[in-house]
Ligand binder design. Sequence first.
Ligand SMILES: C[S@@+](CC[C@H](N)C(=O)[O-])C[C@H]1O[C@@H](n2cnc3c(N)ncnc32)[C@H](O)[C@@H]1O
Length: 283
Amino acid sequence: MSIPTLQLDAKSFDQLRSLVHQIMGITIKPGRHAMIEGRLRKRLRALDMGSYEEYIRRVKSNAEEQQAFIDAITTNETYFYRTPRIWNYLYDNYLNELPVKQENFTLKVWSAASSTGEEAYTLGIFLEHFKRANPKFDYHIDGTDISSQVLGKARNGVYAGRSIERFKTACPELFEKYMVGSEESGYSVLPGIRKKVRFFPYNLFDEPRTSSHYHLILLRNVLIYFVKTDQCRVMENIFYQLKDSGTVIIGESESLNGIDTPLRSVSPTIYQHPQNIQTGKAA
Ligand SMILES: C[S@@+](CC[C@H](N)C(=O)[O-])C[C@H]1O[C@@H](n2cnc3c(N)ncnc32)[C@H](O)[C@@H]1O
């Protein structure tokens, strides 16, 4: 016997769209019924619910279900070494311009919208590699996301298949040196790197957690889910948490064109605080 599929009517679709926007800041385009149905079907079945109206009521009244709703709706696609140009820029340019000879210099990095952690751990590998050549240098990485499910996977830190494929092929030496494990059990980055990465929940629309704290913020492949006015709010938050000399990197299909931010474009997807790193003067 086949289980009848629940139909998502126009009214419930609109209510879900506004709920998604209210909770996550994500704007779902009109006409994406099938996507929403696909993402929520399993949840409704698990709860044995007979209608979307009932589900909406549950999400509004139950914090736990709200988290499950976030986990079901968000797109969490990510992998190690995503967009090689960025990693080359960081290693060949960015790191070499830092005051690494200075005692007690700790680079503070934020992987905002980190998903399952591949971006934060790729950073960890590159920064660790740099540290071995520059012993006075140190680093700390924060990874945050709105979805608790992906943060659980990030903390677990075991990866296989598509998640590591490109990195393994493109950077075999780094892979061998800084990742341990096997195809069967999955791979993790070295414990010494993991110690320097921590993950916690954070909604980019919430109050800033810090002020002028990060040297480098990776905000990649998340702005695309927000409309311009919401992108402006997020960028204001990001700028607030960025140090005077800091750098922000966004995703390759994203741009800050038309967004009111003091950040200056360095090259596509790479932006810098207007305060110049070496001189302290406006760039
Ligand atoms: C496509 S992944 C990007 C992962 C990684 N930055 C990368 O580029 O590979 C987008 C992530 O943004 C998160 N996200 C969506 N809305 C968010 C919000 N309002 N606050 C924080 N994270 C959010 C999602 O949960 C998802 O894990």
